[in-house]
Design a binder for this molecule. Sequence first.
Ligand code: GDP
Ligand code: ZN
Length: 328
Amino acid sequence: MAKRKLTKQQTTRIRQQQDKLRRQSKNEPSAADTQAGLLISHYGKTSLVETMQQDIITCINRPNLPPLVCGDHVIWQPGEKQNEGIIVAVNERKSELARPDNQGRKRIIAANIDQILVITAAKPELNEGLLDRYLVAAELTGITPVIIFNKTDLLSETEFTGYLQRLEEYQDIGYQVIFASCKRQHGLDELHHCLHGKTSIFVGQSGVGKSSLVNNLLPEANADTAEVSEATGKGQHTTTTARLYHLPGDEGELIDSPGIREFGLWQIDKAQLTNGFREFTGYAEQCKFRNCLHLNEPGCAIQQAVKEHKISGKRLDSYHRILASLGD
Ligand code: GDP
Ligand code: ZN
């Protein structure tokens, strides 16, 4: 063995010292001081972070960090007071939900969502055009949409069959559809199953039963809300800012807020619209013109697919209506 070769322990010790010096010069925390956490809500300059021990602490961000949102996986270090911390890093996001702010700039409102549950019902009447808008927005965000048809208790057997047929068209193109009644507690097992192990959001038209479903799934949500108010002293914000909830029994996570529930109505990009219709994508590549809008262009593979009943004409109409509603 060569004389000057360092032992493993020596090398480790030197590395640790170098590390320490580097941290001191950069004012960085040591790995031992930092911990992973889940950002459950964000208000102005502060965030509520759930620690690995499931405590909730109030954190401020390191100034060099981008704006953080509900659902972010963060690294934090303890602050001066107990239950306070500083967020020093954020993990890469697997998905982002955004909406325009008052100035029309894109603002991210939540991160790391796995699925978007689009709630529909017979009252207010199922509106496929609106459902398609939600589905398009979800597809373009890259988050899996699932369709929930709530309030089945309001329907006679014949009426129910009618809705079943209408929604079968969505099952045929690969969407999961769950029939439920919040009131009669029907179909909720399937809903629980769908939520299991994932982070979900509920979206949909007003009156379809989103609050009822959320309250049903989160019997303790009110207690949770009170706890947020205590921690931040800003209870009034709890209704507008996105908040992450754990479903009882650690079944999954739900992110909710009025802003989140409205998602889908605006989040559509004209140039990308074809990609929002999942059954169009295979055909669109075969259109004669690369920028084909599937209106009246010759050699349109989508128009052709509709003629051959491979794509539903209703979905193409829906595409046209959404296209017409979008500005340039
Ligand atoms: P949101 O606007 O989507 O949050 O809808 P809400 O949860 O406020 O529900 C709107 C109305 O529908 C309320 O009067 C609820 O009681 C009612 N509702 C919710 N779920 C059901 C259901 O499964 N069956 C029936 N019959 N009514 C329901
Ligand atoms: Zn085309």
